[in-house]
Design a binder for this molecule. Structure first.
Ligand code: GDP
Ligand code: MG
Length: 714
């Protein structure tokens, strides 16, 4: 009878694989580091009761990204033969270095059992290792062994058998975050690989994508022989490589290996290495982290950094923003003067310039904020933020793995919920992943920022930095509280352990910062010039048609005619024009919807104009600003009036600081934008995406009403 299960022994050279192989199989293989260029397959048999297993001794390797021929042969064996279980033999005395291979085996997804070998030496050196803790964190069995005397042999066999049974079927790759740039490219490559079914029968998609980024020549050659997808993947890898060269003066494989070591360092920090001597060895390189991630000082510094960032943004950004707003005001007047009165002028001035200009007016602030964010990100500080928040997150039924998706979604303002929702893929636990997907859209994404900025400029200009800081905290609070709520009601179940990795600090280059900032600013501008422009035109049409009917128009005409040649004639005529413009807006399609909703929305202090803007905001959140811009521009007829949108809103009696607060709360909470909803549906399901639209809007309305009604009591 041929054996049904195959165990492969993998590990660094000289970790004791062959010793273990001999002990398991009773073979008398030559113990020592064999330098063979090819693997002669050293295969032996192991019987447990009636069962017989094949055991394969692989050549030593440090990495699965093959540098030498025997590493390549070992990898080929894993991928081609798909052993039922890999016994990863680890020299427990050099855990940090040895785990580098283990992490890659886990990323490949093959079932792995860790044999912590040479425990006798470890004990002699006075190091204390916690194998159980390591097992809980990595999610694989860990057995302490002394291969030379056979210690741990029985337990190892038992665990390997049980795990091979348990993990029968498709491999389950570990997903590690490699930082925003690489993660996003990986996601796109994965999508492509899966869509084209490119070598998916042989490798997990993410692993294959990683090999491309690491520049693995063997995989690249294999890819080229397997169809046109290879060209696309190589191109994506080359683009990322250029980007990383330009921004970090590094290469993707260096960054990837940094993150793997960061991951390992984080694993060992979580109480795996107990003796102080050993812990110092790992943390010693990072004295900065002792301060920046200190239990008390860390969070204080984190809040101070965030607060300082907003203060700098607003104090530096005020002037260019004023100039830009004035510039769009002037442009509107100039274009208005050139075009004849009528639909075309209304579309150009009120629809396009007021709408898109309202969004573009915030470009200076966005650039200053993105620059600081890029600095913190490139420095490696964001990873520390995630590390610190891990503790907080556990209290809300999430875990540290949700921090990065939240940050990407706009936890540090300016992100986007779409990659945020996608980044939740790094979560292994389905419950926490779903809740992260549901909560990520509450973050202050780049599209909500102009909405907040507009309301702040109108009602809290003196405390802009502080209010923006509080809005950010409120977004986090909303995400955490709602996550807790869903974890207690609709997404119940046990959580999973998680490790947060800490890549090394790196001083960003000015060039890198400029590239990152430029890219983000450009994306913002591009969106304003395309999507927002299109929606602005649609919203303008909805706010213009159907026009007043003949009778109504005649009534206003008659009123105007009735104005006598009195001294106040011009004033009276302006007042009539204003009333007519408002009547047109109310009469329009959007106006009717806005007015119809007013009886309900009034509870939260929103008038019909705000209702129109909020409905538009479901298409894209910037549209709230562009729609308000159009709505106020349509209602305003005095061509001499050069008030900015924030001034108009501040002067409107329908608005108050209190209703502005309620509106900000609603903006944080209500339905995700259209693209996010589609992404949520793809990542979870349409059912959950629909749930988010309905539940978030309901929740947002309740909170807005509560703020407005309670605020009015004071
Ligand atoms: P391989 O290169 O991974 O196949 O390692 P070997 O099995 O050839 O072992 C390398 C060296 O480590 C040999 O000298 C072994 O005797 C020694 N060794 C193996 N396991 C242990 C152990 O658990 N404790 C100690 N102290 N030495 C071991
Ligand atoms: Mg050997």
């Amino acid at each position: 009878m041929s054996p049904t299960l195959t165990f492969a022994l993998a590990g660094n050279p000289n970790c004791g694989k062959t010793t273990l192989f001999n002990s398991l199989t009773g073979a008398r293989q030559h113990v020592g580091n064999y330098p063979g260029v090819t693997v002669e397959k050293r295969e032996g048999r192991l019987s447990v009761g009636p069962r017989e297993m094949a055991v394969v001794d692989l050549p030593g390797m440090y990495s699965l990204t093959a540098y030498s021929t025997d590493e390549l042969a070992a990898r080929l064996f894993l991928v081609e033969e798909k052993p039922s279980c890999v016994i990863d033999v680890v020299d427990a005395g050099t855990l940090e270095r040895s785990l580098y291979l283990s992490v890659q085996l886990l990323e490949l997804g093959v079932p792995v059992v860790l044999a912590l070998n040479m425990m006798d030496e470890v004990r002699r050196r006075g190091l204390v290792l916690d194998g159980k803790r390591l097992s809980a964190i990595l999610g694989v069995p860990v057995v302490e062994t002394v291969a030379r005397v056979g210690e741990g042999r029985e337990e190892l066999i038992r665990e390997a058998l049980a795990f091979a049974e348990k993990r029968r079927g498709p491999w389950e790759p570990l997903v590690i975050s490699y930082g925003a740039d690489i993660d996003q490219t990986l996601l796109r490559m994965e999508a492509r690989i899966e869509a084209d079914r490119f070598l998916t029968d042989r490798f997990p998609a993410r692993w294959l994508a990683l090999k491309y980024l690491e520049g693995d020549s063997d995989v690249i050659a294999l890819g080229r022989a397997n169809g046109p997808t290879a060209v696309v993947l190589e191109e994506m890898a080359a683009t990322l490589s250029r980007h990383i060269e330009a921004t970090l003066a590094s290469t993707p494989d260096a960054v990837i290996s940094d993150h793997r070591y960061g991951y390992i360092a984080a694993v060992l920090r979580q109480g795996v290495l107990k003796s102080s001597a050993a812990r110092d060895r790992i943390a010693g390189s990072d004295s900065l982290d002792r301060v920046l991630t200190h239990t008390v000082a860390g969070p204080v510094i984190m809040l101070a950094v965030l607060y300082a960032m907003f203060q700098i943004t607003f104090s530096l950004g005020q002037f260019p923003m004023d100039w830009l707003e004035a510039g769009f005001g002037w442009l509107g007047d100039a274009v208005g003067g050139l075009l004849p009165e009528g639909m075309l002028r209304s579309l150009a001035v009120s629809g396009i310039i007021a709408g898109v200009g309202g969004v573009l007016g915030f470009v200076p602030l966005i650039i200053i904020m993105f620059f600081q964010l890029s600095f913190l990100e490139d420095l490696g500080y964001m990873a520390r933020v995630a590390y610190m928040l891990d503790r907080v997150f556990r209290a809300f039924g999430l875990h540290g793995g949700s921090v990065m998706p939240f940050i990407i979604a706009g936890g540090i303002p300016g992100g986007c919920a779409v990659p945020g929702v996608m980044a939740a893929r790094t979560l292994r636990s389905p419950k926490e992943r779903l809740v992260t997907i549901l909560a990520a859209p509450f973050m202050a994404c780049g599209a909500k920022i102009p909405v907040f900025l507009l309301l702040i400029a109108a009602f809290f200009p003196g405390n802009a930095g502080l209010v923006m800081f509080l809005v950010t905290l409120a977004s986090w609070a909303a995400a955490l509280l709602v996550a807790r709520l869903w974890r207690a009601t609709v997404v119940t179940g046990q959580g999973m352990p998680f490790i947060m990795e800490l890549p090394p600090y790196r001083l960003p280059t000015l060039r890198g910062l400029c590239i990152h900032t430029g890219e983000r600013a450009w994306q913002y501008i591009k969106k304003a010039a395309t999507v927002i422009l299109a929606i602005s035109i649609l919203m303008w049409a909805a706010m213009t048609f159907p026009g007043l009917d003949e009778e109504q128009r005649a009534a206003f005409e008659a009123e105007r005619a009735a104005v006598t040649a009195a001294a106040s004639a011009q004033e009276q005529r302006d007042a009539i024009d204003n009333r007519e413009a408002e009547a047109v807006l109310r009469h329009s399609l959007a106006g009717r919807v806005g007015v119809a909703l007013e009886s309900v929305s009034r509870l939260a202090g929103f008038d019909w104009r705000v209702n129109i803007a909020l409905i538009g905001g479901i298409a894209a959140k910037e549209v709230v600003v562009s729609t308000l811009g159009t709505a106020y521009a349509l209602g305003e007829v005095d061509p001499q009036d050069t008030a900015t949108l924030s001034e108009r809103i501040a002067a409107d009696p329908a608005f108050s600081p209190l209703s502005a607060l309620a509106l900000m709360a609603f903006t944080i909470l209500y339905a995700p934008c259209f693209v996010t909803v589609v992404t949520m549906a793809k990542e979870a399901s349409w059912k959950w995406a629909g749930f988010a639209v309905v539940a978030n809007t309901g929740l947002g309305f309740l909170v807005a009403v509560a703020i407005y009604q309670i605020g009015r009591l004071f």
